[in-house]
Design a binder for this molecule. Structure first.
Ligand SMILES: [Zn+2]
Ligand SMILES: [Zn+2]
Length: 240
C-alpha cells in the first residue's frame, strides 16, 4: 500500500503535530526532523533506585544522596525522556485534549528509549485519577501510556487494583512536604489478594519529585506486593 500512502501524502502532505512543518522526510511522520531532534532521551549514569541523572561512569552502579538517606518504597524508577519541550507539549495534547495523534510519536520514543527492564512485572498498574477528574477529562493518560509501554500485555494492565479515593490539589505548585501531605491517604488498594507477592509496575506520565510514585508504592508494599517499579514517559530534571 506504499503507493496509496504516497498518493495521500501528495494530496494531504503530513504535518508535524507539534509545529506544523511538513514532515514528508521523517519517520514516523507525526513529528518533523527538528522536533525529533529536540527529544532528550535519558541515559545512564543514573541512580539505580530512583533513576535520577547523576555524574560518573555510566557502567557503574550509583545511588543518589536522597535514596541513600531515605530509600524510597519502590525498587526502581525509570523514565524515557526529559520533561521539556517538545515532550511537555506531546503529553499536554494527550492529557488535556485527548489527542491520540501523539501516540505514534510516544510509541517511537518508548521503542528508542532502551528501557526494557520492566517487562517482567506481574501486574501493570496505571496511577489512577480521582473519578470526578477522570469523568471531566475523559481519559487517564497513565492508562493510555501503560498500553503504549506494554502493547502485548493488555490483560496484565489493571485499573481495578489501585484507586484514588480523594481528590488532591495539583502537585505542581507544592513543595516537598506539602506534596506528601496533599497525597496522604489519597490512594487505596481495592484487591489486596491480587497484590500479594506480585511485582508491580506503576505507570505514570511524568516523574516530578517522585512523591506520587512513593505514595502509591508504599500502599502497595503495605498490602504485600513483592516489589514496586515505576515507569514514566518523562521526568523533570532539576538543573543544578
Ligand atoms: Zn515539528
Ligand atoms: Zn536516587
Amino acid at each position: 500500500m506504499d503507493w496509496f500512502k504516497a498518493a495521500l501524502d501528495l494530496l494531504f502532505p503530513p504535518r508535524c503535530i507539534l509545529c506544523g512543518v511538513s514532515t514528508v522526510q521523517t519517520i514516523p511522520d507525526c513529528l518533523c526532523r527538528q522536533c525529533w531532534q529536540r527529544i532528550d532521551y535519558l541515559k545512564p549514569p543514573w541512580c539505580t533506585t530512583c533513576g535520577t541523572v547523576v555524574t560518573g561512569n555510566p557502567v557503574h552502579t550509583h545511588y543518589c544522596g536522597a535514596c541513600l538517606r531515605h530509600p524510597p518504597p519502590y525498587r526502581r524508577a525509570r523514565s524515557c525522556i526529559r520533561y521539556d519541550q517538545p515532550a511537555r507539549l506531546l503529553l499536554h495534547r494527550l492529557k488535556y485534549h485527548g489527542d491520540t495523534t501523539v501516540l505514534p510519536a510516544i510509541r517511537h520514543i518508548i521503542a528508542h528509549s532502551g528501557i526494557h527492564d520492566m517487562a517482567t512485572a506481574d501486574l501493570i498498574v496505571p496511577v489512577p485519577l480521582f473519578i470526578k477528574r477522570l469523568k471531566a477529562r475523559g481519559l487517564n493518560q497513565a492508562e493510555i501510556l501503560a498500553h503504549q509501554f506494554f502493547p502485548y500485555r493488555a490483560e496484565s494492565i489493571r485499573t481495578d487494583i489501585l484507586t484514588r479515593v480523594r481528590d488532591t490539589m495539583s502537585q505542581t505548585a507544592l513543595s516537598g512536604s506539602a506534596r506528601r501531605n496533599n497525597l496522604r491517604s489519597a490512594f487505596q488498594v481495592q484487591k489486596r489478594a491480587c497484590v500479594k507477592g506480585r511485582r508491580i509496575c506503576l505507570v505514570d506520565d511524568v516523574f516530578t519529585t517522585g512523591t506520587t510514585a512513593a505514595e502509591c508504592a508504599k500502599i502497595l508494599m503495605d498490602c504485600g506486593a513483592k516489589e514496586v517499579w515505576v515507569l514514566t514517559l518523562a521526568r523533570v530534571i532539576v538543573k543544578r
